[in-house]
Design a protein around this ligand. Sequence first.
Ligand code: NZQ
Ligand code: ZN
Length: 394
Amino acid sequence: MKDFNYYAPTEVVFGKESEEQVARLVKKYGGTKVLVHYGGQSAIRSGLLPKIFDLLNQAGIDFVKLGGVVPNPRLSLAQKGIELCRKEGVDFILAVGGGSVIDSSKCIAYGVPYEGNVWDFYLGKAKATAMLPLAAVLTIPAAGSEMSESSVITNEEGDVKLGYSNNLSRPKFAIMNPCRTFTLPPYQTAAGVTDMMMHTMERYFTKDDDMDLTTEIAEAMLRSMKNAVFAVLKNPEDYRNRAQIMWGGSLMHNGLTGCGVSDDWATHQLEHELSGMFDVTHGAGLAAIWPSWARYVMHENVSRFVRFAVNVMDVPNDFTDPEGTALKGIEAMERFYHAIGMPINIKELIGRDITDAEIKEMTRKCSRDHHATCGCLKVLEAKDMQTIYQMARG
Ligand code: NZQ
Ligand code: ZN
């Protein structure tokens, strides 16, 4: 079992009407001049943003607004946010939205006290030692950014999508009202669940698999999400299952399912090139890659894939044929993805054949010009990445 450091400092305020507590919480964490950062239209249409503005006004908390965050959030808007915060003397950022808004907020929060270009952190050229405090009012369970230490930003120059992780960026508080997710379209609901399940699967498919407690927690979460997603696709206003998904999204990426084990993240890294190049929904991109990754690496730990097949995907265990059972688990996952409207290859994801040149370019970016590897269960070099993209082309 690996040693570990579990750090989950975010205060979670969960339940119906939980956004009513926003002003109290901003004050508790020292916010006196707030940037309210948000996305496109959904939080305005639902009435959530006007309500947040009212609550801040009533509490006498001064704030400025910056909307327009798009999925796969862009560096240019974050840079605009950094300038705005400096000009206005902002001391606290409140993200109202999903992973894209929270990640954009983290990027702004890093940039305000930093003298260089905030992109340095994402390039690995600098490590943040200070940042503005931030918090989230979550509207879509998916990325887990409301409790995680990560942020993922797309630099439009070259369509490069890079992540940066630092414990400083874990939000001070996260407000989660499952009712606010009733308006999610089926595709975003399904992509969100796919993403959160993958956050745990990245930590589940490992070679050091002797931490039974972590494994059992992971399997229970995966089974719960699998059941809950069908319920909410059938009835979008199913509070109980919306709530399970919302809490699951946070638990599956706050480090809990990584205690004592290594993590892989190859599927995520391969996917970031897809959403960087084609601007697709992150969760859908993961579904398009994972089956090919799984088939390519399963021989590194067949028994783990068997365990997944049996305990998560309800495949009968054929003790005479472990590889066959493992493969049936991957096929069952593909059927699950299709059943919730997710793609299982790149053609289904982008609606056309991907070209050889595009695969070459994604491989180049993912391998940082053939200098970097990714993954842990099987360490992938550029040629492996290229093979997985080829297998996933559909
Ligand atoms: O912009 P609006 O109009 O709000 O629409 C959003 C957006 O189009 C919509 N939406 C959000 N809440 C809604 C809603 N529509 C109706 N009702 C609601 N209540 O949903 C769309 C997607 O939102 P987005 O924030 O992009 O989704 P998600 O949370 O999946 O975030 C995706 C981003 O997070 C990154 C991904 O790479 C991607 O850029 N990730 C961040 C991680 C982290 N920080 O730890 C880890 C993840 O692995 C992931 O990479
Ligand atoms: Zn993800």
